[in-house]
Structure formats: structure tokens, C-alpha cells
Design a protein around this ligand. Structure first.
Ligand SMILES: [Ca+2]
Ligand SMILES: [Ca+2]
Length: 478
């Protein structure tokens, strides 16, 4: 949305604004309850609910949202770019009748200009975002939205890199601007658009439409559910539950992103028709889920806690979360290094040679940090664990003369440090331009006996790699 508008620069806030007139004016036109058909169930099989906003209150919940633009540091009205004829004003963001209402109005204001100083603009509008309040890597991001009708408004439901994450191809960042839904009331008719942008907003800006860019909708002015399914290396756009666009490859973020709902005014150089204002973008809800296999321990615990506090209204999902939590707990508390158990996993049919093959979830492997279990038919016994976090580690104990670790290598993988019996063996780079299954590292010949292998994720990568992942899957002990 902001490829032309956003410019995150150091900014000295300037106090401006006389808001009483705005409040009185807004109070005059905000409608009552909208005809909101009860939305679909919260339950999403295989996913954990990680963020939920139904907009049931009478004001913006500031524990979840900021009602000012992400380029600014406080609740004062702000103008993002020097070409904008509008300011983002907290007063133009309201919650009532079960909806968030972002309202554009013709009402000149002198406000802080991003980059410094003040300027007078003709229009006021609003934005909410979760900067420093909610962020997530991967997942399902969904909002139910009713678009405005007045011409030259530009509502959007989008994601931006969280604080400190940065953009891909810009200072080694891991994020991107992901525009899940944008709509230009002047000319788009019954279609919405989805885009991805990275590389920063200067001359290195890269990206474009997700898929064919435009998704048809039955009636632009009716309620629709707009959703993003974000997985490693893949973005999918869904409208009303139907997949309309997909993007794989370059630019797909792999770091935390925040959520933004906003509405620009007089966009794309098109003039507003002031007689059609004020007009509002309505949002019934915002819900974010995490696929169970990507969920962090914290997300599981938070989800389980939320479930408990909601009682048994959704027993099925609660049971699923408990199952996952139990698996994690078992895996993390098992004692390490038990040769007898390792011997029990021996299966001569699993490969040539005199060795025992051990799965990544066997109890003599102990994980430290946030390792996520993942199902993949190519993996040994159909699963592996992954981590992208610096200093996440695991410890394997074995009896024998050698250990070889096998797993997937791909272009999202980074570097790891290997220690054998607490001595540094070397750094492994698991990057591969094509996804292959193979040896991740090898201890080499050791005296027969008890040994330990510790792997530490360095969160370092070569220039070609897109990420910092390491996939732990299979260990062959000789
Ligand atoms: Ca609602
Ligand atoms: Ca495995």
C-alpha cells in the first residue's frame, strides 16, 4: 500500500491539532449497528488462534492496537508523505456496533509531517496497527471488511515487518510489505488487489502483484472475508474462503510482521468528491491463526490459556491444543543419551550398513529453545524439527564410532555450529539451491564409546540463502 507513501525516517513529533470539532462532527454521522451476519466459527482445524479482535467494545482496544500511523510515535495526527493531502487521525478510528470504523472526512488540519515540520492537509482519515503489540511469522491472517463507496478512497488490510525485522534485500532484513487486500474506490469496481513489496522504498524497491494481482469479488460494497495464508516460501490470498492468488519464491517474508488496517484518501492522484464524504471502511473482525506445526511454545501456551478462560465452548480445538502441548512437553523433558533406547530404534531395513537410525523426535535427543515439529512425507518417519533462531540447540547422545545427521537442505537454510563431546568440530552450512535430502554433518571416526553431539543454530547464512533454518530429522549412528 505504501510503496509511494511510506517513508520510515527519524521523526520528531510535533504537537498539533484541535480535536473537539472533529469529535463533534464524527459523532454526528457515525451510524448505529450494521447488519453484520454472524461470522464463521473461530475454529480452524489444524491451527491455533493467536490473535482475535471482534471489535465488540465502544473504543479501540489500545492494548492490541495503535490508532496512529506506524511512522509516528504517538497518538497525534500525522501526514506520511509530502504528497499526501490527508492526515491519519486517531479520532477518525472508532469502534461501535460490533465494527471498527475508519472514516475519511473533508476537514482540513495542520498536522505533523513525517520527516519533520507541520503541514496543512484537506482530509482526515485513520489507521490502526499492531506495532509492538502483536507480531507473527507465518500463519493465517483474516479480516471481514466492508469497503467504502465514496470515490478515491484507498482502504487496505496489510502487513509490515515488525520493529527491527527490516525488509528482505535491505540491510539483511527478513520482512516485506504484504498487501492482503487493497481497494481503490475510483476504478477497481468488483475486484481487489494483493501485492508484495521488499527491498526498501528507495531505488531498490522490488515486488508487485501477488498472482494475477486482482481478485474478483461479488459486490465490492458488501461484507467479504479477506485472508492471507503465509507459509515458508509461499503466500496465498483467499477471498470468502476461495483461493484467488498465490506467490512463491522471491520476497516471501520469514520474520515477524505486524497488521495494519488503513484508508488513504485522494489516492492515485484521483480527486475525492467531497459531497460523498464522510465515508467509512468497516471491519467486523481480525483473526490470526498459526498452523499447529509452526506454532511456538509461547503461542501454544497462550492459545491453551485463552481456551481455558473461554471454558468449554470449543472442546474439540482445546483437545487438539492439549495434544500438541503434551507432545512438546514429553519431547522436551525426556532424558537424553540413552543408548538402549537408541538400540531399540535400530531397523536393518532402514538403510545399508551397521548402524542405528534415530528419528528427530526420539527421546534421547533434547531440544533447547524453540524447535518446531513439522510433518513432511520426504522426511525420515515423516517428520522433522526446525529452528531459525540464534542459539537454539539440540543435544544427541549416542554410543558408537560415528554419527551422521541427515535432513532437508534448501535455499532457506543457514549455518550451524557442531560440537562433539563439547569440542568444536566445525560450522555446517545447510543451504542448497534446490531442496535435497542428504548429510547435514558428519562427526567422522571416533573411538568406540559414549559421545555427545551438540548443534547450535548460528542464525548466519551465505549470501545466496533466503533464511536461517536448520532441519533436524534423522541421525545414523555407526
Ligand atoms: Ca465484530
Ligand atoms: Ca524424522
Amino acid at each position: 500500500m505504501r510503496k509511494a507513501e511510506t517513508s520510515i525516517r527519524s521523526f520528531k513529533p510535533v504537537v498539533t491539532g484541535i480535536f473537539l470539532a472533529v469529535v463533534v462532527m464524527l459523532a454526528g454521522y457515525i451510524p448505529g449497528n450494521e447488519n453484520i451476519v454472524q461470522a464463521a466459527s473461530l475454529d480452524k482445524p489444524g491451527y491455533i488462534l493467536t490473535f482475535q479482535e471482534e471489535f465488540n467494545g465502544n473504543s479501540v482496544d489500545l492494548s492490541k492496537w495503535n490508532d496512529w500511523d506506524i511512522n509516528f510515535g504517538n497518538r497525534e495526527p500525522g501526514i506520511v508523505t509530502t504528497s499526501n493531502d490527508f492526515a491519519y487521525c486517531p479520532e477518525n478510528v472508532r469502534v461501535s456496533g460490533g465494527c471498527l470504523r475508519i472514516t475519511a472526512s473533508r476537514n482540513p488540519i495542520t498536522a505533523a509531517q513525517c520527516g519533520g515540520g507541520t503541514r496543512t492537509v484537506n482530509y482526515r482519515t485513520g489507521e490502526i496497527n499492531t506495532k509492538n503489540k502483536f507480531q507473527q511469522t507465518y500463519g493465517w491472517f483474516e479480516a471481514r471488511i466492508k469497503l467504502p463507496k465514496a470515490r478515491a478512497l484507498y482502504p487496505g488490510f496489510w502487513l509490515m515487518p515488525a520493529e527491527g525485522v527490516g525488509m528482505i534485500d535491505e540491510n539483511g532484513g527478513a520482512g516485506a510489505e504484504v498487501d492482503i487486500m487493497e481497494y481503490e474506490t475510483y476504478w477497481m469496481g468488483n475486484q481487489v488487489t494483493s501485492s508484495i513489496w521488499y527491498g526498501g522504498y528507495g531505488s531498490n524497491l522490488q515486488g508487485g502483484g501477488i498472482g494475477s494481482t486482482y481478485s474478483p469479488i461479488s459486490d465490492a460494497n458488501d461484507w467479504h472475508v479477506y485472508a492471507l495464508n503465509w507459509e515458508p516460501g509461499k503466500l496465498e490470498i483467499y477471498v470468502d474462503g476461495v483461493k484467488t492468488q498465490e506467490h512463491t519464491g522471491e520476497g516471501v517474508p520469514y520474520g515477524d510482521e505486524i497488521i495494519i488496517l488503513s484508508m488513504a484518501v485522494a489516492s492515485w492522484g484521483k480527486p475525492c468528491l467531497d459531497s460523498e464524504l464522510p465515508d467509512s471502511m468497516l471491519v467486523d473482525y481480525v483473526r490470526v491463526y498459526q498452523k499447529a506445526e509452526y506454532a511456538t511454545e509461547e503461542q501454544r501456551q497462550r492459545a491453551a490459556s485463552a481456551q481455558r478462560s473461554q471454558g468449554n465452548s470449543n472442546l474439540q480445538r482445546s483437545q487438539r491444543i492439549q495434544e500438541v502441548s503434551t507432545n512438546q512437553g514429553t519431547q522436551r523433558t525426556q532424558e537424553t543419551s540413552n543408548n538402549q533406547r537408541a538400540q531399540q530404534t535400530s531397523n536393518p531395513q532402514e538403510g545399508p550398513g551397521n548402524y542405528v537410525a534415530c528419528n528427530d523426535s526420539d527421546p534421547y535427543i533434547r531440544y533447547y529453545g524453540t524447535w518446531t515439529p513439522f510433518n513432511n512425507p520426504r522426511a525420515y518417519r515423516g517428520d522433522f524439527h526446525y529452528s531459525k533462531n540464534k542459539n537454539d540447540s539440540y543435544l544427541v547422545g549416542f554410543t558408537g564410532t560415528r554419527l551422521r545427521a541427515y535432513g532437508l537442505k534448501d535455499r532457506w537454510c543457514g549455518k550451524v555450529a557442531i560440537y562433539v563431546d563439547n569440542k568444536y568440530l566445525g560450522t555446517g552450512d545447510c543451504y542448497s539451491p534446490k531442496q535435497v535430502y542428504g548429510v547435514l554433518y558428519d562427526t567422522g571416526e571416533l573411538p568406540y564409546g559414549n559421545h555427545t553431539v551438540r548443534l547450535i543454530n548460528l542464525r548466519q547464512k551465505n549470501d545466496e540463502s533466503l533464511g536461517y533454518y536448520h532441519y533436524a530429522d534423522e541421525f545414523r549412528v555407526y
